[in-house]
Design a protein around this ligand. Sequence first.
Ligand code: NAP
Length: 447
Amino acid sequence: MKDIIEGFMDLVKERNGHEPEFLQAVEEVAETVIPYIVQHDIYHGKNILLRMVEPERAITFRVCWVDDSGEIQVNRGYRVQMNSAIGPYKGGLRFHPTVNMSILKFLAFEQVFKNSLTTLPMGGGKGGSDFDPKGKSDNEIMRFCHSFMSELFRHIGHNTDVPAGDIGVGAREIGFLFGMYKKLRNEFTGVLTGKGMSWGGSLIRPEATGYGTVYFAESMLGTKDDSFKAKRVVISGSGNVAQYAAEKVIQLGGKVLTLSDSSGYIYDADGIDAEKLAFVMELKNIKRGRISEYVKVYPNATFVSGKTPWEVVCDVALPCATQNELNEDDANTLLSNGCMCVSEGANMPSTKEAVTAFHKAKILFAPGKASNAGGVATSGLEMTQNSLRFNWTRNEVDVKLKEIMANIHDTCIQYGKDDDGYVDYVKGANIAGFVKVADAMLAQGIV
Ligand code: NAP
């Protein structure tokens, strides 16, 4: 088996050798899916995984815009349309200086499996730009978004490709992007998700990824007759996913000890309660401040500069910032401190070695493509509401989100239970995600 997997990875490396994040994401899938393919004749001789690692289409484009001092700035825009076997491409846009083709291909590849797991009819894609929104005025953000959409609009549509937010793209950016799309196409459709509530957005969409990550962890804890009650929870990030993961943990009776950003983390031994979280939301979403400012208002807390929060003793860890933010040493620290459950809110936040350490210790570990699928699932519900020109209530969407997360959890158990009873959620998510997409590709022939 090892030879088959290595042979496959050699082929992928030949074409994508300069894309480390993409290779990391493909290898994790290959290690669990190739053994399944070998056991199932219908996939033999079809090169199905090799077809899945090649994007159906990947575009890059120039994005020129004028900053507040009148200087012309040039950024690069991208859209990776990975797989449309089960529905229109669907996946977020990331605006961050580190964005490149490797990162977007890894995200688009993961998205294919994630979207399949939701059971909704959505293919996978991802896009964005190396534009850095930090420190930009609202007008600069608007000019950039308008310029970005003046090219992207040709490649997307509500039945073709439906982008959403991701790092650096929140409600403000989605608004500017939608405004330009609508002007250029002269149509009002659900071409983007994460829209404002008064113009086609879905209730619970902002909360969905963070809430879903916690619902998934609650299901995992449930397999041990346990829950979030009185659990010490360490969260990284302080953006969209981290904020709403924290909110749901607090609601379920857990104690949130940390939040972070790229400068460091804050540790509040008294717990970040609802009132303190409201302060963080205003600080980050409206004032666009840094998490270190928390300790000025709550002096019992400490700010630890330049570090990630995995050294803090906890029962549950929720990495909600970015890829590869939790390495093998961090995993070993979490394990030696007694951490029993890790649910990924971010995409691929744990390195391969960290995941191996969690699996070896047989703790509860959920990969992002399963545990953070609540965001895209709710985007799928937003697409349905837009098509029907109809709105579900907050409670209706939350009930559907909970159901979807519980179904994903059960599907992971179905495909991921080892002979000794341990649930390998990585294997479960990869195989379940693969089967639906692969079967659709087989049915549609070689296209
Ligand atoms: P966001 O609102 O932009 O927040 C990102 C957070 O992560 C910020 O606190 C940011 O800190 C921190 N961060 C970014 N790069 C970092 C780095 N290199 N080191 C340390 N911290 C870093 O983005 P988000 O929507 O919460 O997304 C977070 C993660 O969840 C990403 O992996 C994303 O792909 C994934 N995800 C998001 C959704 C969604 O619906 N939004 C859905 C599924 C998965 P700074 O401000 O200092 O950069």
